[in-house]
Design a protein around this ligand. Sequence first.
Ligand SMILES: [Zn+2]
Ligand SMILES: [Zn+2]
Ligand SMILES: [Zn+2]
Ligand SMILES: [Zn+2]
Length: 277
Amino acid sequence: MECASSDVNGLSNIHLQRLENKTSWAMLDLEVLHCPICFEPLTIPIFECGNGHLACSSCCPKLSNKCPSCSLPIGHNRCRAMESVLESVFVPCQNAELGCTKNVSYGKQSSHDPECIFSRCTCPAQGCNFTSLYKDLYGHYKSYIHHLQSHGQEYMRNRFSCGISFSAKMNIISDTILIKCEDNKGLLFAVHCFKERDGVYVTVSCITPAAPQVGEFSYHFLYNVEGHTITFKSSKVKRILEVSFQTPQENFLFIPQMLLRGELLDMNICIKHLDEE
Ligand SMILES: [Zn+2]
Ligand SMILES: [Zn+2]
Ligand SMILES: [Zn+2]
Ligand SMILES: [Zn+2]
């Protein structure tokens, strides 16, 4: 379905377009696309009571499935008519101002959002709040680090190339994020360790939107201590817009407490571009 819209900032009215044989347009007041109870934008599924009053899916349980207007049960019958209205409404991507020309469905969770190449990424340097398009972040980070460390020693130390393993030394208490710079592609990767009671979780992510243009990466960990070796291979480096401080739920290397020797962690990591494996 094609689509169009106006005024990203105001969003008071949007165009509604239906494609059959010809294109038809209508103006729609955005108010009607909001839940009448919580005033949040409606998303599918939408429910209605026997009298046709609407409620969104998060309101229904809060109302104990009782319509606040007429007390009839609500939360069992979908309002399909309103759902198809939502599906036919398209608005510009939230990054339209940054150059994205895609339109996304108003009603459905868009698969475009996490993939939008125009999403802003946050600089991973401590104390820096700079945000930019992913392709500008590398240059910013590089000059920022150069500026901080005379002669850019840290930057030089943290360069790597996809497919060539490198050693990563971290301190699980004081030095938990290691930013690795991939020169050829101009990408920043974050090796992040999380100290928990039972051991340390280590993961790798790439600071970029999950856009197909960026490509996908795998990584391989190797941790060696006194004859014990732990390896971990992940087929997918998570792509993130900013470094997260939540212990990962999946895709991590786990080093149990008994295999830690003090605060220092010395690992070997290899990050590969998936098409180049
Ligand atoms: Zn609601
Ligand atoms: Zn009702
Ligand atoms: Zn977009
Ligand atoms: Zn920065």
